[in-house]
Structure formats: structure tokens, C-alpha cells
Design a protein around this ligand. Structure first.
Ligand SMILES: [Zn+2]
Length: 211
């Protein structure tokens, strides 16, 4: 796993302020930082609740499931983290206009296909619609949701607007969708941009004082 420096401000980011990416798939990938932010299924489902993806009822169900089947729960959590890591590397490659590793694309392909196999085509309101198999109270369902969200972004024209908050410029490395008119957004959030500007200001002051 590629490691990045983690800033103090990231450590203290609240769940709500972690919702900066403009798409849940990118918010999910951004949970890589700070290191160890998500340690197990309980952390993952609580984060999902905090960003409005699942309900409190889902949290209780997943926690109950994790208590009853700890090994199964950890194995699935590990698989979800595999999805996150492969997504991270593929996003990074695509943003920097290089080819993603075949092994990562294969991991994603296998997860996306597996996710699709859990959908059923049903008729509703005079049309057909895809519905998930009934597993709404389980961690598996959260895996499907996240996998689908990553698939949708990676295969959509939205990718042209996905950026990385630039670590080389002092940014935090999180991904976000730049929806600005002229695609000029540089930072994942105003908070991050201000932090970088403040840091530059202090560095300039320090240099001037040392002269
Ligand atoms: Zn940032």
C-alpha cells in the first residue's frame, strides 16, 4: 500500500467534513487517510451512516452480524478494503493519464461482476428496474453499494472531472469531482486550500525573519 503523509487537520476531520468529494465512491476511497481510519466492519458501517449511505438500523444489523460471525465479517471487510485499494490505484493512474495495472483492473472487474450477479430485474410502475437481492441489513449489501458506486464513476464521463487534491502542492491527496464551470478547482475543500495558503504564509514569514 502506498503511504502518504497525513496532516494533523486530516486526523481531526469530522465525518461531515469528510464528505468533500462530490461522489460517495471518492469519499469511500478517501477513507484511506488518515491511516487506520477504518479498522473493521463496525468502523465502516458507522462511517456509512455518518455520510448518510445507510441507516442506524443497518448499523445495528451489521454490528450484530459482526458479533455473531466475526471471521466472516472481517473477511468481507478485508475484501471491501481490497476494492478501496484497487480503486485508489486505478483512479490515481487515470487522473495522471497513465495505464492502471492490469491486476487492479482485474480485481475491480471481478468485484463489479460479482456485484451485478446480486441484482434482479423486476417490473415496477410500468417499467423494469434493477433491484438488489434482499440483504439490506448485512455488510454484503454495503459492499455491493460501494462497488456499484465505484463502477459508475470509473466508467462514466464524470472521470474527466475527477481530481486529486495535489500532495505536491501541499494538498491532502483526497479525490474530488471538480464541478466548477472552468474546471479550475484545485483543492478538495476550502478548508484544505486555506490550510495550504496559511502554511505557505508562515513559511514565507519564517524565511523573511531568518534573513
Ligand atoms: Zn485536500
Amino acid at each position: 500500500m502506498q503511504k502518504e503523509k497525513t496532516s494533523a487537520s486530516q486526523e481531526t476531520r469530522k465525518p461531515s467534513s469528510r464528505l468533500v468529494a462530490g461522489d460517495v465512491s471518492l469519499d469511500f476511497v478517501n477513507t484511506r487517510q488518515p491511516d487506520g481510519f477504518l479498522q473493521n466492519a463496525a468502523d465502516l458501517v458507522r462511517w456509512s451512516r455518518d455520510i448518510g449511505l445507510v441507516t442506524e438500523e443497518n448499523v445495528i444489523a451489521v454490528l450484530t452480524e459482526a458479533d455473531a460471525y466475526p471471521q466472516k465479517s472481517m473477511a468481507l471487510f478485508t475484501r471491501i478494503m481490497m476494492l478501496r485499494e484497487a480503486s485508489y490505484r486505478v483512479l490515481l493512474a487515470l487522473i495522471h493519464q497513465t495505464s492502471p495495472a492490469t491486476s487492479d483492473v482485474q480485481v475491480l472487474q471481478s468485484m463489479f461482476l460479482q456485484t451485478r450477479s446480486h441484482e434482479r430485474l423486476v417490473s415496477a410502475d410500468h417499467r423494469l428496474a434493477w433491484q438488489w437481492e434482499s440483504a439490506e441489513r448485512r455488510l454484503t449489501w454495503l459492499h455491493w453499494l460501494l462497488s456499484r458506486s465505484v463502477e459508475v464513476v470509473l466508467t462514466s464521463p464524470l472521470m474527466e472531472r475527477v481530481k486529486e487534491c495535489p500532495p505536491s502542492e501541499g494538498g491532502c491527496g483526497w479525490f474530488f469531482v471538480d464541478r466548477s464551470k472552468n474546471s479550475s478547482r484545485q483543492w478538495c475543500s476550502d478548508e484544505c486550500g486555506s490550510r495550504v495558503r496559511m502554511r505557505r504564509l508562515y513559511a514565507r514569514k519564517r524565511t523573511n525573519n531568518e534573513r
